[in-house]
Design a protein around this ligand. Sequence first.
Ligand code: HEM
Length: 281
Amino acid sequence: MSASTLDPTIPGKLLRMLFHDCFVEGCDASVLIQGNGTERTDPANLSLGGFNVIDSAKRLLEVVCPATVSCSDILVLAARDAVTLTGGPSVPVAMGRRDGLVSLASNVRANIIDTGFSVDAMARSFTAKGLTLDDLVTLSGGHTIGSAHCTTFGDRFRVDANGSTVPADAAMNAEYAGELIRACSAVNDTVSSSATVDCDEGSASRFDNAYFVNLLDGRGLLRTDAVLVQNATTRATVAAFARSEESFFASWAASFARLTSLGVKTAADGEVRRSCSRVND
Ligand code: HEM
């Protein structure tokens, strides 16, 4: 039985972990390293999960085929399969990545996009890695599965003169805003810090194009999701994906291939780790 069958939150966790790996030091499993001051210890990575799935796959591989499959390849395959298992496209990915030797928390903030970023700021971050605005919209579609803590979108609400919590963004669907406020009980209240909400209301366990339909309806959860319909260029792509799941899936295949090619290590730049949570001795 697969880890995703036992725990339906696993696919989202694995896909997000891949994004956080590839954007910092390239797709080299640097995000998996444990220890003081590693990427995992940065606040942006504290809510990552699913590490045990990668560790278990590695342990098994070391028995049947030692020192051959890198942790970075395992993570790419796991994320690829997380998409397929939840109903998304099955896409080809290249193999042969080597695992990185460096994992520094200080590299995370400069590379991982914050939910306060504008479309232009996100575009700059993507362009710096050789990715396009279309890649940004397509890969944001990763939010078609999984969930987010109330704390990651609490700043989308404010308290008005009557003491009521209201959306700060008039474009947020009012019904949706009410649902979020209820789900988080009291936004900005520490009580809600562990509460989570589905990123893609109504179909968060299915990898489909509903995320884009929701964005057009003012039902984007994170600020960075919502702003994709406030920029003319990105809005056109969102609308195209909302109309056609097929075009989202085709674009996903191409963007996922580019994401998983970022900063790939070869030869002596890397190694095949024996255990995914630490570099070899
Ligand atoms: C473009 C900028 C992005 C921002 C600002 C962003 C931010 C976030 C945040 C704040 C969460 C919630 C984390 C939590 O509270 O636990 C989240 C969840 C998630 N993100 Fe992103 N993300 C971005 C892009 C991506 C990309 C490119 C992918 C993958 C291709 C991705 C995949 C996911 C997934 C699958 C989840 C759900 C995780 C879970 O269920 O545990 N995100 N993202």
